[in-house]
Design a protein around this ligand. Structure first.
Ligand code: UDP
Ligand code: MG
Length: 319
C-alpha cells in the first residue's frame, strides 16, 4: 500500500507528460508521503506511450495503463481508480492546466474528514464563450438538480478517500459528476479553490457538444441518484398526475355539456377538451405501466450486478 495515488488521464498529451511528471515529483517529494503516479493513456496517437514507457522505466513509482483506443476521460479515470492502491487518490489533468502545487491544499481538506475534495477553478483560464460561460451555466444547473452546492464540478483536480472511489463505476462522461454521485450516497464532499493555467501545449479534447452531453448526463444522474431504487415512484407520480388532470378536465367538461344539453336544450359536440382529457388519461396509465416495467428491470439489475443502492460508512462490533 502507498499513501497517495495520483491518477492522470491523458489523451494525446505527449509534450505535456514529462513536464507534468517533473512538477508532480517536485511537489510530492516535498509532501513526504509514499506515492505512486498512474497515467492512463486513453488511446493516444502522438507517441505518449513511449514517453510513459521511458518515465516508468526511470521511476518505479510511475505506472501507465495504455488503452487500445480512445474510450473517453471517464473510462480512463475508472481504469486509473481501479489501478490506484493509495489510501488517498488525487486526479488531475495531464495538460498542466491543473497545478500540482494545489495537492497539499486538497490533502489538508481531506484530513478534516471529507471523502471528496473538489477543486474550484475560481479564476478559470479558458476561453470565455466556449468554456467559461457553458461551465457557469452547467454548474448552476448542477447545484439546483443534484442538491450539491459546489461551484465547479468539472475540475479534474480532486482528492478522494480510497473508500469513496471503490464504490464508483464510471461510464460515458460521468467523471464530471463524481462529487454529485458520491454526495447522493452520503459521502462528505467539500471544495477548495485551486489554480488554473491556460493550456500551452496540445489542444482541448472537448467541443461544444459537451454542453448537450453534459445536460443529458446531468438529467440522468439526477434521475439515477433519486429514483434508481424506486423508478415506479417517479413514473407513478407522473402517471397519476396526468390521469387526474385528464379525468378532472373531462368530468368538468361533461358536467358543462349536460347542463347545455338538458337545461339549455342545445346541441353539444365532442370538442378538443374531451380528446385532450382522454389523451392525458391514456398517457398517465402508460406512465404507470412504464413504472412497473422499470421497477422490474431495476430489481433484475441489482440482482445481476454487484452494484448496491446503499453504502455503508463503517462496521462496528463485535466489541
Ligand atoms: N482526456 C482523456 N480522454 C479524452 C479526452 C480528454 O483522457 O477522451 C484527458 C486530456 O488529455 C486531459 C483531460 O482529460 O488530460 C482534460 O481534457 P482537456 O484538457 O482537453 O479538457 P478541457 O481542459 O479543455 O476542458
Ligand atoms: Mg485542459
Amino acid at each position: 500500500m502507498v499513501e497517495l495515488s495520483i491518477v492522470v488521464p491523458a489523451f494525446n498529451e505527449a509534450e505535456n507528460i514529462p513536464l507534468l511528471y517533473t512538477e508532480l515529483t517536485d511537489v510530492l517529494k516535498g509532501i513526504g508521503h509514499s506515492y505512486e503516479i498512474v497515467f492512463v493513456d486513453d488511446g493516444s496517437v502522438d507517441g505518449s506511450r513511449d514517453v510513459l514507457n521511458e518515465l516508468a522505466c526511470k521511476d518505479p513509482r510511475v505506472r501507465a495503463l495504455i488503452f487500445r483506443t480512445n474510450f473517453g476521460q471517464s473510462a480512463a479515470m475508472d481504469a486509473g481508480f481501479k489501478e490506484a492502491r493509495g489510501d488517498i487518490v488525487i486526479t488531475l489533468d495531464a495538460d498542466l492546466q491543473n497545478n500540482p502545487e494545489d495537492i497539499p491544499k486538497i490533502l489538508s481538506k481531506l484530513s478534516e474528514g471529507f471523502d471528496v475534495v473538489s477543486g474550484w477553478r475560481r479564476d478559470r483560464r479558458d476561453p470565455f464563450l466556449s468554456k467559461r460561460v457553458p461551465s457557469r451555466l452547467s454548474n448552476w444547473l448542477h447545484s439546483r438538480l443534484t442538491g450539491l452546492d459546489i461551484h465547479d464540478s468539472g475540475c479534474t483536480l480532486k482528492g478522494y478517500s480510497h473508500d469513496a472511489i471503490e464504490s464508483l463505476e464510471l461510464y460515458g462522461e460521468m467523471h464530471r459528476f463524481i462529487p454529485a454521485i458520491l454526495h447522493s450516497r452520503g459521502y462528505r464532499v467539500a471544495e477548495v479553490e485551486v489554480n488554473h493555467r491556460p493550456r500551452q501545449l496540445g489542444v482541448t479534447k472537448y467541443g461544444l457538444y459537451r454542453l448537450i452531453n453534459g445536460f443529458l448526463d446531468l438529467l440522468y444522474i439526477t434521475f439515477w441518484s433519486t429514483f434508481s431504487s424506486r423508478p415506479l415512484h417517479l413514473f407513478g407520480r407522473l402517471g397519476f398526475s396526468l390521469t387526474i388532470v385528464g379525468f378532472l378536465a373531462g368530468t368538468l367538461k361533461l358536467i358543462h355539456q349536460m347542463y347545455v344539453f338538458f337545461v339549455l336544450a342545445e346541441v353539444v359536440f365532442i370538442g378538443p377538451i374531451q380528446f385532450i382529457s382522454i389523451l392525458l388519461m391514456t398517457i398517465g396509465v402508460l406512465f404507470i405501466c412504464f413504472g412497473f416495467l422499470f421497477e422490474i428491470q431495476i430489481r433484475i439489475f441489482y440482482r445481476m450486478t454487484s452494484v448496491r443502492n446503499y453504502s455503508i460508512r463503517e462496521r462496528i462490533g463485535p466489541c
